[in-house]
Design a protein around this ligand. Sequence first.
Ligand SMILES: Nc1ncnc2c1ncn2[C@@H]1O[C@H](COP(=O)(O)OP(=O)(O)OP(=O)(O)O)[C@@H](O)[C@H]1O
Length: 236
Amino acid sequence: MEKIIELKQVFKDYAQAGSPQSVLHDINLEVFPGEFLAIVGPSGNGKSTLLNLITGIDYPTSGEVLVNGTRLQRLSNEQLTRWRGANVGIVFQFFQLLPTLNLLQNILLPMDFLGHLSKIQRKERAEHLLELVGLSPESKRLPSQISGGQQQRAAIARALANDPALIVADEPTGNLDAATAEVVFNLFAHLRDQGKTLVMVTHNEELAAAASRKLEIRSGRIHADILLNRYGGDLL
Ligand SMILES: Nc1ncnc2c1ncn2[C@@H]1O[C@H](COP(=O)(O)OP(=O)(O)OP(=O)(O)O)[C@@H](O)[C@H]1O
C-alpha cells in the first residue's frame, strides 16, 4: 500500500543561545492511508515538533519527510502553502479560526484559496460540513459568539474543507472540558470510521485509545510504536 507519511532518518535541532538543542533524533516512521495515529508522550519531548515536520510548518535539520508522495523539503514556501492547503487539514489546540469571519466564511476560506470548486459548490460544501459538525444554526456567527467546543467543531469542518488526504491535530481537546471534549472526540471517531487518515498529538487517554496505532515519543525518539485494535476505543 502507498505510504501517506514517510520520515527517513529525521533529526531536528533548535538553536538555543548559540548551541543547538537536539529535539528529534533519528525518527523513522511510515503511516498508511486509513490509520489513526495517536502521538503520545511527556511534555516537551518533541511531539509538536514532529507534527510540524509532517505538515511542512517546520523542516528537519537532516533526513527526509515525504507526505502523500511529496518530498516537502523540495518545495518553496509558496508551493508548500499551496500543497498544505490541498493535502492536509490541521486542527489546533486553540482553534485558530479567523475572528472577523463568521463560521461559514471560515470554512469557505481554504476552498477559496485553492479555487478548485465553483462558488456555488464551495458554499454547498461549507454548508454540508457545518451540518456534519452540527453547527448549521450558527453559520453566521463569529467565533467569539460561540463556545470553545463549537469553535473546535468549526475548526474540524474547516480542516475537512478541501477533502485532504490527511488530518493532523495537535491537542484538539486540550482546551476543552470533558463533556465538550467528548463531542469533538466523537467527530474524530466518525472520521476514523470513514477511513480518513488521522495523526493526532493528544494527552487525552480516551482519544488515544480510539486510535489504531499509538506512537510514544520520549526524549525525541520513538519509544514505542504499538498497533491497537482497529476499533480499539469503544466510543460510539
Ligand atoms: N521554535 C522553537 N525554538 C526553540 N526550541 C523549540 C522550538 N519549538 C520547540 N522547542 C523546544 O523543543 C522541545 C520539544 O518541544 P515540543 O513542542 O515538540 O514538545 P511536545 O512534546 O509537543 O510538548 P507538549 O506536550 O508540552 O506540547 C522543547 O524543549 C521545546 O522547548
